[in-house]
Design a protein around this ligand. Structure first.
Ligand SMILES: [Ca+2]
Length: 174
């Protein structure tokens, strides 16, 4: 039996469909696209703050650094705030389904783990996603305290204002 609690399953565009069904999976207090039977589950747009946060097209091919196993991708038309995208997710080609956590960025580049050269290139469009929930998210304060960790994925306190949220990131009150 797998227990899934306080999670968000939303926006699956892979066409593979989410395989969380079956007798062995117990889903509670989670936001599941299309709905899923279980205590406290909801089926509502979680209102991620960046869905996507940024989009564009690469102006160069990826540069791969094999020793570090990192790729740097460039869009010269951007003016991102340096270091503002770390921890967010890059979909290096919007026609694909893979996403990668962003390690760091400059005004016109993002760096991620892995070799992106076979996945995207000059002229390909991309998306950057921010999966933090907004203040009006239906996932805010609708999780359960039972078994919940005291911090979220970024180490911020959970719960915050006032209940436990669904998803990887607890909404932090200003
Ligand atoms: Ca909360």
């Amino acid at each position: 039996m797998t227990d899934i609690t306080n999670c968000i399953f939303w926006g699956d565009t892979s066409g593979f469909n989410l395989e969380i069904g079956g007798w062995f999976t117990n889903v509670t207090y989670s936001d599941v696209s299309g709905g899923f039977g279980g205590t406290g589950n909801i089926d509502a747009d979680p209102l991620f703050v960046g869905n996507p946060l940024s989009t564009g097209a690469w102006t160069s091919d990826p540069l791969y650094e094999p020793v570090l196993s990192q790729s740097t991708l460039t869009d010269d038309s951007q003016s991102w705030a340096p270091s503002s995208l770390a921890g967010l997710y890059l979909q290096p080609d919007s026609s694909g389904y893979l996403q990668f956590p962003i390690l760091r960025n400059t005004a016109t580049t993002v760096t991620v783990w892995g070799d992106m050269r076979a996945l995207t290139g000059t002229g390909s469009s991309y998306n950057i996603y921010d999966y933090h929930i907004g203040a009006n998210s239906p996932a805010k304060d609708t999780g359960t305290a039972t078994g919940a960790p005291k911090t979220d994925l970024e180490g911020n306190p959970r719960p915050s204002c006032p209940g436990y949220d669904m998803g990887a990131y607890e909404y932090q009150c200003p």
